[in-house]
Design a protein around this ligand. Structure first.
Ligand code: HEC
Length: 200
């Protein structure tokens, strides 16, 4: 092999390298990666949940009511309950408006305000207004009690409902403790049983 041939080979190698780099640059320009709105990358949901930093709003599994109540705010609830205030009084001793008064409604027997003309739909329910039942009712009044007179569309956000329930729960001379998370909730619902292996 003489030096001319060595030069030819070296030139070929260099040329190929240059061409590859050039292509890479052109390709990079064509397929420019969009800049993410927020830096970082999405963690698998379970990890995001446990780390508490992820935005779990998108596809979060339904959280049990006691868990939602544990992080609920009665102040926010009082604010949200202004929507109910169009039809309900909240103060102790206040009478009915379009709907029955809600002071002491948690654990009160369903349809028990004397003189209020309840619908058959509500009268037929029986039992007491547990937090669970009120939650179901205000999620979709018509879905829970078809034929109810409560013409309220419903609150679809579970955390907002928990805030409202937390507030309703304070409307009592002697509020009972909120349901404990540990008793009412299988541990798996609070913390995933097995966190995925950390990504290196
Ligand atoms: C448009 C008026 C209206 C709005 C808004 C409204 N309600 Fe009602 N509510 C009623 C009426 C009317 C009834 C009686 C229902 C029936 O007899 O079918 C009722 C009944 C109830 C009852 C049953 C009380 C009992 O004595 O058995 C609860 C609990 C209740 N509402 C909670 C709420 C909450 C909480 C909100 C807000 C998230 C709300 N309501 C919003 C009109 C309303």
């Amino acid at each position: 092999m003489d030096s001319f041939e060595v030069n030819k080979i070296a030139g070929g190698v260099l040329g190929t390298l240059l061409a590859t780099m050039g292509l890479g640059l052109v390709a990079a320009w064509f397929y420019e990666a969009p800049t993410p709105a927020k830096p970082g990358y999405d963690l698998p949901l379970a990890m995001a949940e446990t780390s508490g930093t992820g935005d779990s709003k998108t596809a979060a599994p339904a959280k049990p009511l006691p868990v939602l109540l544990a992080s609920a705010s009665p102040e926010k609830g009082a604010n949200l309950a202004k929507a109910c205030g169009a039809c309900h009084n909240f103060e102790k001793g206040a009478g009915a408006k379009i709907g029955p008064p809600l002071w002491g409604v948690v654990d009160r027997p369903v349809a028990s305000i004397p003189g209020f003309s309840y619908s058959e739909a509500i009268k037929g329910k029986g039992g007491d207004w547990s937090l669970d039942k009120i939650n179901a009712f205000i999620t979709s009044p018509k879905g829970y009690a078809p034929g109810t007179k409560m013409t309220y569309a419903g609150e679809t956000d579970p955390q907002k409902r928990a805030d409202i329930l937390d507030y309703l729960h304070t409307l009592s001379d002697d509020p009972k403790p909120l349901p404990a998370v540990s008793e009412a909730t299988p541990a798996a619902a609070v913390q995933p049983a097995a966190a995925p292996a950390p990504v290196k």
